[in-house]
Design a protein around this ligand. Sequence first.
Ligand code: GAR
Length: 201
Amino acid sequence: MKRVAILLSGGGSNMMALAQSMTGDHPARPCLVLSNDPKAGGLVRARALGIETAAIDHRAYPDRPAFEAAVQARLQHSSPDIIALAGFMRILTAGFTGAWAGRMINIHPSLLPKYRGLHTHARAIDAGDAQAGCSVHEVTAELDDGPILGQARVPVLPGDTADDLAARVLVQEHRLYPAVLRRFAAGDRTRLDLPPVVGID
Ligand code: GAR
């Protein structure tokens, strides 16, 4: 059985989708939910599921490597096989990504390679894109740039605000991320492109 540590900074809806998927014959189980924000709602939700949690406040450390060393030490305590970033909003150094190369995945709310970084939904709307979506990828030293493991698409509808589009994409994140994690934990790194759900919009 693979052990999965989930890193987050916010409400943790993707963490919930991942954690709740890891039951039965799933090849992995959650071993830790860790946040850089002690007030992250995702920590409360993880505890309610009975998952061990940890908060390592990045503001308590002088620089990124010092913060990451503390995260690394806490991770080692839980011995994860896989790290799943789920709305973890800290940029990671090459030292950290290198230590977890091939074992760390992330969900990003755009159809990569489009719109790395922030404000992905507003950028898709401003560009006049007909489609938006989300991607799960392996984490490498370059931001939002590792091999893509899966994508899901939604239409951009006339009059959409960034919040409208974010909500539509988030529904697909909750389908895509558990499906990709399950395959990844079983050693399958082939790409998964989810078919659009008819009638979801
Ligand atoms: C999700 O939309 C995720 O794709 C995004 O943050 C949100 C977290 O929501 N991640 C990034 O933007 C990473 N660059 P959640 O806390 O409800 O899962």
